[in-house]
Design a binder for this molecule. Structure first.
Ligand SMILES: [Zn+2]
Length: 396
């Protein structure tokens, strides 16, 4: 192979680095590199020098070349400053001091880590998993210090750093994760917001969490708070589910199993049911008037949710809430109370219809990442992996 091509393939950009020799060893290429003399600036007194003091060989690992691992023996020059007699090694972009692999290999290893598990990434880049993880941990991605106009706060089950839930801060308009916080406590969120420049923040989208609201109000004063559409509608579906489980308990084994399997069917919007599905639903509803009532309530709210706009949402919500209040069903009365507390924020979601699927999308991505990585218990590592994944996905 041509020498200059090897330099390119190894991702070496230093112009003074050249190939001395390439030796083929079993399953490995040993690439010997040397550097040409180049005028240096003394790090101590800033004088220029070209006087070589000595050499040192540094053994480093390079990126695999067509599935063959690459060992690099780099002969580095130590220069002598003729002005102040200070000696120093030349600075090269291809490898940092005290590192045992090239920067280019480090970069590709981190990229692989963002896409798959550490084990797969280690195999692809030809290093051990432990070394790759150490390398990955040493390079946390920096997160933004200035927050945008509209942010979203949501929790996800990350099971890391001894906490079940972590918090994700996202840029709603640019659909981007901004940061990941170690838990969902008021103080954690408040301190995070206070550590950032929040002068541009006007809108905060969140689920119906008291602690998020408290944290935001403590740290930001009075931004416009919008209840996330997915999160408040979910309450209605959960209430329906509670009734279904209640009804289910009183049934014999066979209809009980049938009822249990029909959760998704009952959740499905009536607009989307085909003929066969409608019949099935009708049969289920005939079993118990409680279920019938709960199903009707769910449909009423679903209709309000889908058909309202900023002018009609308020009257529609009030009518729905009246029905919830008078339903005589515990689970729906709880929805009533929640909606009562969050009414303003819920109605704001019709004024500023941000794409609500986005936050759920983030949650799903994190779930997939966790599954692929067999769970990451170290919080910083999980955070770094989520942020790296986002960076790499932007490039793909
Ligand atoms: Zn000097």
């Amino acid at each position: 192979m041509q020498y200059h091509l090897i330099i390119d393939l190894l991702g070496i950009k230093d112009k003074q680095v050249e190939v001395w020799d390439i030796k083929e060893e079993p399953a490995t290429w040993l690439v010997e590199l040397y550097t040409k003399v180049k005028k240096q600036t003394c790090p101590s007194c800033k004088a220029k020098t070209k006087r070589v003091h000595s050499y040192r060989k540094q053994l480093i690992q390079g990126s695999n070349l067509s599935h063959t691992s690459v060992k690099i023996s780099l002969r580095k020059r130590r220069y002598l400053c003729t002005h102040c007699h200070h000696t120093f090694y030349e600075h090269l972009q291809m490898v940092d001091r005290y590192q045992r692999c090239t920067n280019s290999l480090q970069m590709s290893a981190r990229t692989y880590s963002a896409i798959g598990s550490f084990t797969d990434a280690a195999r692809l880049s030809g290093m051990t998993t432990n070394r790759l993880i150490r390398l990955f941990d040493r390079h946390p991605l920096q997160t933004k210090k200035v927050l945008p106009r509209a942010i979203a706060i949501d929790e996800f089950k990350g099971d890391a750093g001894g906490e079940r839930f972590q918090t994700v801060i996202a840029d709603v308009e640019n659909k981007e994760i901004i940061d990941i916080l170690p838990d969902r406590k008021v103080d954690t969120i408040k301190e995070y917001l206070q550590s950032r420049d929040t002068s541009k923040v006007q809108i905060v989208v969140m689920d119906l969490s008291k602690s998020f609201k408290q944290a935001v109000q403590k740290a930001l004063g009075n931004p416009l708070i919008i209840a996330d559409r997915f999160h408040y509608m979910r309450q209605v579906y959960w209430a329906l589910d509670e009734v279904r489980r209640e009804v289910q308990r009183d049934l014999d084994k066979k209809p009980r199993i049938q009822m249990k399997r029909s959760k998704k069917l009952l959740w499905k919007s009536v607009y989307k049911l085909d003929e066969e599905e409608s019949e099935k639903v009708q049969k289920l509803l005939d079993i118990d008037p409680r279920l019938q009532k709960a199903y009707a309530l769910k449909n009423k709210l679903d209709q309000w949710f889908k058909e309202s706009d900023k002018d009609t949402a308020k009257a529609g919500l009030e009518a729905c809430m009246q029905t919830l209040k008078e339903s005589g069903m515990d689970s729906f009365q709880r929805v009533y109370h929640t909606f009562q507390r969050w009414k303003t924020e819920i109605l704001q979601s019709f004024m500023y219809p941000f794409n609500n699927g986005y936050i759920e999308g983030i949650n799903n991505k994190i779930k997939v990442l966790k599954r692929k990585s067999y769970g990451i218990k170290n919080f910083s590592r999980l955070k770094n992996k989520i942020l790296w994944q986002q960076e790499v996905n932007k490039l793909i």
